[in-house]
Design a protein around this ligand. Structure first.
Ligand code: ZN
Ligand code: FE
Ligand code: FE
Ligand code: FE
Length: 163
């Protein structure tokens, strides 16, 4: 990464890798959730994630660059951690749901950090129209995070405490 443009492109590719991995993993996580609201939230977020992948492709196209991915080591780590937690928490139920929810929120927080930076950078580059495309994804990630927090507080953690 020798200049700002290359750096921005690098992080776009990083998010392209991350979103595509998330899209692959969400159905499996939804299947492992026992709580119906959690299952629904993860399934709905898979639909949003499909759109987020397309938005990144739109931004690559807007920059005149091919849509390429570079391995996002942070996401590889977060997904590995989720896998480990699910293995250690092998019985389906409220405790595993609480752990699964917390791991899912870590992913949302990563995405919020990255999209937040990308939106700023695209604006700085004078690509306000492309920034606004990723702003939509940023808002979805924030909503997904808020929804998970709400679900944790209203249902899942309460059930987990009693287990
Ligand atoms: Zn790198
Ligand atoms: Fe996403
Ligand atoms: Fe990354
Ligand atoms: Fe997300």
């Amino acid at each position: 990464m020798q200049n700002f443009d290359e750096m921005v492109l690098h992080f776009l590719k990083d998010m392209y890798y991350a979103e595509r991995s998330i899209l692959k993993s969400l159905p499996d996580l939804a299947a492992k959730a026992q709580n119906e609201s959690l299952k629904r939230a993860l399934t709905q977020h898979a639909d949003e994630t499909r759109m987020q992948v397309q938005r990144l492709e739109q931004v690559f196209a807007g920059l005149g660059q091919p849509a390429e991915a570079v391995t996002c080591e942070a996401l590889v780590g977060l997904m590995q951690e989720t896998d480990d937690v699910l293995k250690e928490c092998s019985a389906a139920g409220p405790v595993r749901d609480a752990a699964l929810l917390a791991c899912s929120q870590a992913v949302e927080h990563y995405e919020i950090a990255r999209y937040g930076a990308l939106v700023e950078w695209l604006n700085d580059k004078g690509h306000g129209e492309l920034a606004s495309v990723l702003q939509l994804s940023l808002e979805e990630e924030k909503q997904a995070d808020a929804k998970l927090s709400d679900l944790a507080k209203r249902e899942i953690n309460k059930a987990a405490v009693l287990s």
